[in-house]
Design a protein around this ligand. Sequence first.
Ligand code: NAG
Ligand code: NAG
Ligand code: NAG
Length: 410
Amino acid sequence: MFISSSFIALISLALTVAANPIVVRDSPISLPLVRRVNSTGTISLVERDQARVRHLKARANALAAGKFEEDAVTSVPATNQLVDYAVSVSVGSPATTYSLLVDTGSSNTWLGADKAYKTTSTSVKTSNKVSVEYGSGSFSGTEYTDTVALGSLTITAQSIGVASKSSGFDGIDGILGIGPVDLTTGTLSPATSQSIPTVTDNLFSKGTIPSDLVSVYFQPTTSESSTNGELTFGGTDSSKFTGSISYTPITSTSPASFYWGINESIKYGSTNILSSTAGIVDTGTTLVLIASDAFSKYKSATGAVADNATGLLRLTTAQYANLQNLVFTTNGVSYTLTPNAQIWPRSLNSAIGGSSSSVYLIVASIGTPSGEGLDFINGLTFLERFYSVFDTANKRVGFATTSFTTATSN
Ligand SMILES: *[C@@H]1O[C@H](CO)[C@@H](O)[C@H](O)[C@H]1NC(C)=O
Ligand SMILES: *[C@@H]1O[C@H](CO)[C@@H](O)[C@H](O)[C@H]1NC(C)=O
Ligand SMILES: *[C@@H]1O[C@H](CO)[C@@H](O)[C@H](O)[C@H]1NC(C)=O
């Protein structure tokens, strides 16, 4: 946790001109994250993640071209997330609590998918309609402003979407979008070039949190549902990582630059898998996805075969015993997925349609060759091994090791 005296001075200045008193907190706030695995979906993890990438690329390319709407991309049928992390968010006064997915790859916050929105005296309906596509689901409805509480942090007049229609979000109420704010551009109609401040932006601009950043802690898990993660607004939680946090700047390469995009290279043992290129860090992607040419190299280096039932790569136990480290290098610092960190938790094999005695790899193909400006995604299976910091103020992403980085949990 850090807060500089100049920051306090700035806030004091702001206080003298603000119409309403601002409460300045001096510490970040952490919220528990609940991980869920839903095994009843009909498409594979890989299909769902690939649909997401196609959508992420199309969305950013449209924004880069100054268009509000993306060209149609092939989406998979709306499907529930197979693995996700949800946080409890209170809205209104008296508040209703909603369970929202934590998504660093989108920036609209909305609810009403499962539990209906309950309006109270703090709810203000705007004249705007809102809609967002996610590649494997979507929602549309009306934009409101309301009081939103994240733990003890309260945001008044937070812009939120209220779904009248949604698909792909059974069992969850909506999304807490903590991606870069520009991703909200074009989601309202009538169309406006303005973006919608995210919850993080509002917490920071109102002086509620000391820094404009969010930190995420996930832990590998072997059960279908558990509260084993933590989302921290405004700082980092040193009890959740080991050593120090190393940062890497947001990449200048589009379309990765529209997201939490970084430059990174990947090696398997001593084999080069992916030379330094741009990709993204994303809590909404389950697997580690790499460009199709990099995936071919990984597949042949590991000796894995494509598994029909799960869509993942499969290893024999002998091959698993020989698996090498998979090393991700960004801004001169290396992050290693050990052999155990490269496999799907075996206790959850049947949850994804696999056989309990098999070993499946969590590295999959993005579906297109490298050179497209978004050549990898460090998804949940990477983030369960490294603490991550999404720093808006300094345009950078941070990683640190945790006590689970090298754990043999899978
Ligand atoms: C799991 O997915 C199925 C089918 O997509 C859905 O009907 C169900 O509500 C989901 N359950 C949870 C807990 O999300
Ligand atoms: C990332 O890689 C691109 C392409 O090689 C390069 O132009 C850029 O300077 C690198 N660094 C950042 C922060 O974008
Ligand atoms: C594997 O895929 C092929 C081609 O799609 C299909 O014909 C075959 O039935 C599948 N096998 C299993 C075990 O699912």
